[in-house]
Design a protein around this ligand. Structure first.
Ligand code: NAD
Length: 430
């Protein structure tokens, strides 16, 4: 069993014990409802045929249709998809959504595929899962390595199979294909809302005007962000615009560190043009007085930033490096970035960890609002969509805070207790 899946199961055990969930219900909470494993054959541009391993795991639907993204990554495995599907069940439950949890993946490197090859993989995946998904059954979305263009291909292929285009069958679509304004930034925006609520709760003397970017006390508000994809780039930009000082960013190819703060909007412009974040683009475009330092992803995690935001992949903070993390708060925007052992070490060291199932739930809340708009054929403005996400997550955070204070547990355990209890109650009622 992978360490990610093992960590997820141990966390469920711990929360189930605290919430007194009976053993038979616990077994159901830990076992996925269904697992599909298949291969996607693709005729490559050079004439050879390759088969890409792929999966869809439907974990639990006690609260409503399965919901979860699709990852394209060369290192994806069935264990990883099982762990991510389980996290989706807890995330949708915690957010109070009428959904269960699912996840999918294709073991491929999207950056090494041509446009035609990528489209063939996307359409092949959609054909394979088509009998098992649908607007009231299982609603996929983007994740690592996938985006609105890939989801559009999948939704189009699904429509060809069912005989009509059904926008509510997928979320994370482009606006042209019935997507929601604000969905692309929803995960990053949700992370900002959760962080804002955490800072207000954790630092009672905090005087912070999030509109005028002025007056913060008790915390120096420096931020290090690992991963500069959909999630990492958007939360970095939003926090930068709110006045936080982003001192470090990274992607799979390297990291940048600038103690005086990095101009994230400029770096985003550069990355859109060149596809990478490197020292030259940061220096040239961000007009920094000195070139940023370059260093490794591992070193980024250990920088003396107040807030550390892992926004790349799982298993980044382990027992090996948890003793060297110097942040005061870890906001888990990636799924599963902290192993169970590292989580215990961070708790002992007094470092608050805002867990993935709360911190990055803005994505699935945004997806829920996209799904509602698709079902009802309504279209909201970005302002309306983000205001709804803000209100939803503010309420979810307050409920978790109450649970945490009542039980004297970590943020993660408080989240899991609430999430598991809701699903367990629904299972008992069946
Ligand atoms: P993405 O593919 O858009 O971006 C991933 C980023 O991580 C890229 O910048 C990549 O270069 C970087 N990266 C990969 N390996 C790295 C490494 N070893 N070190 C540093 N950076 C590395 O993916 P995304 O959609 O931004 O997802 C990031 C995380 O957020 C994942 O854990 C995903 O499951 C989670 N998440 C995504 C969403 C969403 O709406 N997209 C919602 C909730 C959670």
């Amino acid at each position: 069993m992978s360490s990610f899946l093992e960590s997820t199961e141990k966390q469920i055990d711990a929360a189930a014990a605290a919430a007194a969930i009976p053993a038979d219900v616990l077994t159901r909470l830990k076992t996925p409802d269904r697992v599909w494993e298949f291969e996607i054959p693709v005729r490559m541009d050079d004439g050879t045929e390759r088969k890409f391993p792929a999966w869809r795991v439907q974990h639990n639907n006690a609260l409503g249709p399965y919901k979860g993204g699709i990852r394209f990554h060369p290192d994806s495995t069935l264990d990883e998809v099982k762990a991510l599907a389980s996290l989706m069940t807890w995330k949708t439950s915690l957010a109070g959504l009428p959904y269960g949890g699912a996840k999918g993946a294709v073991a491929c490197d999207p950056r090494s595929l041509s446009e035609r090859e990528l489209e063939t993989v996307a359409r092949g995946y959609s054909r394979a899962i088509a009998p098992h998904v649908g607007p009231k059954r299982d609603i996929p979305a983007p994740d690592v390595g996938t985006n609105s263009r890939i989801i559009d291909w999948m939704a189009d292929e699904y429509g060809k199979i069912t005989g009509r285009y059904e926008p509510a069958a997928f979320t994370g679509k482009s606006i042209d294909k019935g997507g929601s304004q604000g969905r692309e930034i929803a995960t990053g925006f949700g992370g900002y809302v959760v962080l804002r609520e955490y800072l207000k709760a954790a630092i009672p003397d905090l005087v912070w005007n999030f509109q005028t970017k002025s007056g913060i006390s008790g915390i120096k508000n420096t931020v290090a962000v690992q991963g500069f994809g959909n999630v990492g780039a958007h939360i970095a930009r939003i926090l930068f615009e709110k006045g936080f000082k982003i001192t470090a960013i990274s992607d799979s190819r390297g990291a940048l560190y600038e103690p005086e703060g990095i101009d994230i909007t400029k770096v985003m412009e550069a990355k859109a043009r060149t596809g990478i974040i490197d020292r030259a683009t940061c220096y040239a475009l961000a007009s920094h007085p000195a070139p940023c330092q370059t260093f490794t992803n591992e070193a980024l995690l250990e920088l003396p930033a107040d807030i550390l935001i892992p926004a790349a992949l799982e298993d980044q903070m382990t027992e090996k490096n948890a003793g060297r993390i110097r942040a005061r708060v870890v906001l888990e925007m990636a799924n599963g970035p902290t192993t169970r052992g590292a989580d215990d070490m961070l708790a002992q060291r007094g470092i608050a960890v805002i867990p993935d199932i709360l911190a990055n739930s803005g994505g699935v809340v945004g997806s829920y609002f996209e799904w509602l708009q698709s079902l009802e054929q309504k279209y909201w403005s970005e302002k309306e969509a983000l205001a709804k996400i803000d209100a939803h997550l503010t309420e979810a955070f307050a409920a978790v805070r109450e649970e945490k204070e009542k039980r004297g547990v970590t943020w993660r355990t408080a989240c899991y207790i609430r999430a598991l209890t809701r699903v367990a109650q629904a299972l008992r009622a069946t």
